[in-house]
Design a protein around this ligand. Structure first.
Ligand code: TRP
Length: 329
């Protein structure tokens, strides 16, 4: 059985792209592996959230992931800042991470460009904290999207460097758990590109049916096919891609044939698509609402998660201290 670690950014408001691009795979993974899923709320501090917002953001993401079916009875679900051991390992690994390599990290360079007024040391050492998150549980698999591949590569470097430096074979070098072909990229409703939170082109799991209908009916299409079997334009292809994940195969087949024979009415297709999205998201939305009002349950989940995560993390930190040479008197 593999140990899997994945950190979740506490930016809140999951959309269909998050669900079909990653969460669906988390649900599958949690059954087959020893999974640690945590909310990366130390990492969140790099962008200086207001104290009044921090807790609410964390709670929202937690509720949304649980509502999707992440099962705290199966996986270890916890909040990063509830496990201070990770901060100690981070400190220790920092001694062995070089400013040059950290400055060359793509995500760091991007942040320098995007937020030149807030280039803090936490941003620079973000990959070291992420490595600590992972190797503190001796994970061998990390589910990552393209944007995290370099961070995982660095995690492997830090693990190997530690092993070499202390002549031990202590930390495994974790592999990327690439969802490969299974990974569905969900496009947005604006005709081009991926569904994203900041793009304003998404359907959120917490959207009400009314909001969903409004968004879908406004989705970009084209003027319609004029000859049989005409190739679909990107906006139309995108609607079919979404339909493929939420609707019955017969529904997809019906509209695909209507398109091929130039009889498609996009209004009808959108109405159907909106209803199928609602059918999929509505139970999740209701669970999110329930969970958000059940503080007692949420606090039990994170307390149990923290206990399990700390057991694993403190064992590692204890052993690492011994390897480094700290001894009692
Ligand atoms: N950096 C990841 C992201 O932005 C979040 C993250 C933090 C993470 N620690 C991790 C992911 C450990 C996997 C493993 O999405």
């Amino acid at each position: 059985m593999d140990t899997v670690v994945s950190g979740i950014r506490s930016t809140g408001n999951l959309h269909l792209g998050n669900y079909f691009g990653a969460i669906k795979n988390f649900l599958k993974m949690q059954k087959e592996n020893n999974c640690f899923f945590f909310i990366a709320d130390y990492h969140a501090l790099t962008t200086h959230p207001k104290p009044a917002d921090l807790h609410g953001n964390i709670k929202q993401v937690l509720a949304e992931y649980l509502a999707c079916g992440i099962d705290p009875e199966v996986a270890t679900v916890f909040i990063q800042s509830d496990v201070p051991e990770v901060a100690e390992l981070y400190l220790l690994l920092n001694m062995n991470a070089y400013v040059g390599e950290l400055e060359r990290t793509a995500s760091f360079k991007e942040k320098v460009r995007l937020q030149p007024d807030n280039v803090n040391a936490g941003l620079l050492t973000y990959p070291v904290l992420m490595a600590s998150d992972i190797i503190i549980h001796k994970a061998n698999k990390v589910p990552v999207g393209k944007d995290q591949e370099q961070h995982l590569e660095m995690t492997r470097h830090f693990a190997r460097r530690f092993n070499m430096m202390y002549e031990v074979n202590y930390f495994p070098e974790p592999d990327a758990y690439n969802f490969g072909q299974q990974l569905v990229k969900i496009p947005g409703l604006d005709g081009t590109g991926k569904m994203g939170k900041s793009e304003g082109n998404g359907v959120f799991l917490a959207d009400t049916p009314q909001e969903i209908r409004k968004k879908v009916m406004r989705a970009v299409t084209d003027t319609g096919p004029t000859s049989p079997n005409q190739e679909q334009t990107e906006p139309v292809k995108n609607l079919f891609t979404i339909m493929n994940v939420v609707s019955d195969p017969e529904t997809v087949k019906f509209f695909t044939e209507k398109y091929a024979s130039c009889e498609i009415r996009y209004g009808d297709m959108k109405k159907q698509l909106a209803e199928d999205i609602v059918k999929f998201t509505e139970p999740i939305r209701l669970r999110i609402t329930d969970l958000l009002s059940d503080n007692e349950y949420l606090s039990r989940v994170v307390a149990a998660g923290a206990e399990k995560a700390r057991a694993s993390a403190s064992k590692t930190v204890k052993e690492v201290r011994e390897i480094i040479g700290y001894r009692g008197f």
